[in-house]
Design a protein around this ligand. Sequence first.
Ligand code: GDP
Ligand code: IMO
Ligand code: MG
Length: 432
Amino acid sequence: MVVGAQWGDEGKGKVIDFYAAEADVVVRFNGGNNAGHTIMFGDLEFKFHLLPSGIVRKNVTAVMGNGMVIDPDVLLKEIAYLRSKGVSSFKLLISERAQVIMPYHPVVDGLEESLKGSLKAGTTGRGIGPAYSDKVARFGITMGDLLDEKLLAQKLGAAVAARQRLMAAYGRNEELQFQKMLKDHLKMGGQLKKYITNVSSFLNTAIREGKNILFEGAQGTLLDPDHGTYPYVTSSNAVAGAAAVGSGIGPRAIDWVIGVSKAYTTRVGEGPFPTELRDDIGEHIRKVGCEFGTTTGRPRRCGWLDMPALAHAVDVNGLDALAITKLDVLGGLRRIKMAVGYKHAGKRLGGFPSNIRVLGEAEPVYKEMDGWDALKTEKWTALAKEGYDALPDAALEYLAFIKGELGIPIELVSIGPSREATIDLRGMPGIR
Ligand code: GDP
Ligand code: IMO
Ligand code: MG
């Protein structure tokens, strides 16, 4: 399993694409089109919001689990996008139990954000929060419902009546078009019918047959509503434990969890970020790392690596190993810092605080190390071929420090956006 160990956009798509070479099945289990996962190989670049990144690998079955929220219109467009990029024979399964993002969900998303003042999360506006709210409030519609006119009409009738009132209470009086929604969704259901199935049953059979299953987390640990910087989080669990619930397998089927972290930290949207850099160095990272949101295009906030936050991610996910991405981006900085703790009101804090006011006011305690030279992308890719030892000494020291501090191995190092710019450290016990 691959999960984000920070605030999302750690490079999960790239890491999934790398490991998918060995997988039979790749499964998304949380989130919706708030995610944006980038993969690059050859001269191709794909940005996926809903489809599991493994879908570009010929032998992989891509699975969308029940834990997802799916906007069927966005999904149909993404399937067309995949075809337009030359991937026409793919294997896709969609859980009949996954929730549908309905047209009123993005509207409510915007209305609720505007009521929250400084507590707004800066959502992607895709209707994620309201869709998950409707799921637990039992107003939700599932992908399977799109194949059953009678049931869809019944559920949609109740949901539209309630959501119409909610929108009016928020001051929005446009009328929700029940008949049109019913017709459109039955049509989209028909178009997606061949993919919609009992995913849990498929996965459990695959497990019994000894197939390799790779889980693709969306978002990241600090955006998890239970373990993140609540309420500046997303609305579905992003930690490793969510994969079992979100796909319909037992927890013991998961035998290896990899947390992805950039060599620094970014965050898109609102909320506390202790190591954020509002200076030239932050600007350097944003520019060199192309730190602009894959989904919304917003500039990402950039800062130093945050060890207390990562240690928290090791705990709440039960991480077995780390994948460190974007090491190349720090090239060219004379000195590199990393937070090894926080201070608040003159006192050193233990661990990662749950109180967002304290986290927002916390001052990082930094350790400093030497940096390494900037290199062109092609140079980094060439280094990846030579292997771990070829990395600059200061970069090796930085990685060794991270590993030592967190007490888990680093099993993959990424030094460029393409598939080729990856160093696989599995089977190198001395180093990792
Ligand atoms: P995800 O949401 O975790 O899949 O990450 P995103 O795709 O949203 O953002 C990661 C960005 O960093 C993408 O543009 C990737 O192409 C890029 N990327 C991934 N790994 C590396 C790396 O090692 N170096 C550089 N320079 N870019 C990378
Ligand atoms: P991937 O999978 C980074 C952030 C939003 C906002 C908060 C809530 O690409 O890593 P939402 O629309 O989910 O209700 O927004 O969560 N957010 C992400 N940030 N990467 C993501 O996904 C994100 N998905 C949601 O910016 O702060
Ligand atoms: Mg992303």
